[in-house]
Design a binder for this molecule. Structure first.
Ligand SMILES: Cc1ncc(COP(=O)(O)O)c(C=O)c1O
Length: 422
């Protein structure tokens, strides 16, 4: 009990090199990427088409379009669902910025809903109260790899004739009621960015079962054209389009990783279970909620420090930052995922989207209020949490979870030494 924390010069709980980097690379990755390099098409090429087919089959969707980011796929979802100038789209108050800026990208207006403390996802009980005559769609973000209660979301959407978009950028393989995310709503977006559970360096996927949404998304994806670069193009912009296509090299990498994704997800689940066991008796921690019927993929294992117990409710974020510093000094790979709740970000507070107040000042729009008192749970979560990703990922095994937990135990049982930190 009298040991020194590493921040004060003691030995580290997690030795250097004990946590291995993500993703594991093997001969399949090398062969597929080198074959793409040796091929004739490094832009949207044959690996892109194959990736779309293989991903759609893996996730259980009729159509897939591979993109250069998850954000691009989200923008395609917003556009395909017919959200446009002045339309409102409901989204959680706590997520990655582009879960909400994708709405602005198509001139529509985000309306934020506070989160549920237990799930860290949108509070499904509060969605209905946020619906107005302008509401067109709901974005369900399956944050940290825990599915939103899609039964509730789909029921509200049906009652009000709204479209449902799933942001699955963190949720590859996560399930709700035994069904994979990305198969509940009208369309969905996945990310293959470096840290995601399926990594292709960068990249994304738009998925849907609906032919009309597929056609609309495809048009936006490639310059407003109606044909893919592998078809007989007429180089004609039929509507406003962007350049959101994936490249053959990234798709080759993604395809190679997809062959092992189930194995990775199993390992991650086992690692999370071990971390939960090892942290069960660590003081002052609130562990993630485990819910029946939700198959968590454990993209981000997020804990909250109990600031009420620790006596730091009034300076929660500052004390959390000290705890984070002490943990990282122990070698624990942990970080604050999002310090800012979405409505607190400058783009929303200053409403500085396109200049001249657009899209909020658009004649089709209704005034929308981003006063922060509406989101107390999201703010408390933002101030109290820290998260872990790489220690849970393959090739790390339960030993990485045990070392990580040892670091937490050490810091959380020496709060007096954390209080002494500058
Ligand atoms: C919830 C969520 N949505 C969207 C994105 C955007 O994905 P990308 O970085 O591929 O554009 C991310 C990734 O960081 C995310 O975590």
């Amino acid at each position: 009990m009298d040991e020194q924390l590493a921040i004060h010069g003691g030995p580290k709980a997690v030795p250097e090199g004990a946590i291995r980097p993500w993703p594991p690379i093997d001969h399949v990755d090398r062969e597929m990427v080198l074959a793409s390099l040796a091929g004739a098409n490094h832009a949207f090429g044959p690996n892109c088409e194959a990736f779309q087919e293989e991903f759609a089959a893996w996730n259980g969707n009729r159509f897939a379009i591979t993109t250069n980011s998850g954000t691009a796929a989200l923008h395609m979802c917003v556009a395909a669902c017919g959200c446009g100038a002045g339309d409102e789209v409901i989204v959680t108050a706590y997520s990655w910025s582009s879960s909400a800026t994708c709405i602005l990208h198509h001139n529509a207006i985000p309306v934020f809903v506070d989160i549920n403390w237990g799930t860290m996802n949108i509070d499904v009980e509060k969605i209905e109260a946020a619906i107005t005559e302008k509401t067109k769609a709901i974005i369900a973000v399956h944050l940290h790899g825990l599915a939103v209660d899609m039964r509730s979301v789909m029921a509200v959407a049906k009652r009000h004739g709204l479209k449902v978009i799933e942001d699955c950028c963190q949720a590859h393989g996560a399930t709700f009621a035994g069904r994979k995310v990305g198969t509940f709503g009208d369309c969905a977006a996945f990310s293959f960015n470096q840290n995601k559970c399926l990594c292709a360096g960068e990249g994304g996927m738009f998925v849907t079962d609906d032919q009309t949404l597929f056609d609309a998304a495809k048009q936006l994806w490639s310059f407003g054209e109606t044909r893919t670069p592998l078809e007989d193009r007429d180089y004609h912009a039929y509507a406003l389009g962007w350049m959101y296509r994936n490249s053959d090299l990234n798709a080759a990498f993604g395809r190679a990783q997809l062959t092992r994704v189930e194995q990775y997800l199993e390992q991650q689940k086992a690692n999370a279970a071990r971390l939960t066991e090892c942290l069960a008796d660590a003081p002052h921690l609130i562990l993630p909620t485990q819910l029946d019927g939700h198959g968590h993929n454990w993209y981000n294992y997020t804990v909250r420090f109990d600031m009420a117990e620790l006596g730091h409710v009034d300076d929660a974020a500052a004390f959390r930052d000290k705890l984070g510093k002490a943990l990282r000094a122990e070698g624990v790979q942990t970080s604050v995922w999002q310090k800012f709740i979405l409505p607190a970000m400058t783009v929303f507070q200053a409403k500085n989207g396109y200049g001249n107040g657009c899209p909020w000042s658009c004649p089709h729009a209704r005034p929308v209020d981003y006063a922060l008192e509406q989101f107390p749970t999201a703010q408390r979560h933002a101030d109290w949490h820290t998260g872990m990703t790489v220690p849970l990922r393959a090739p790390n095994g339960p030993d990485a979870a045990e070392l990580t937990a040892a670091g937490f135990h050490k810091v959380m049982t020496h709060i007096d030494q954390v209080n002494q930190m500058e």
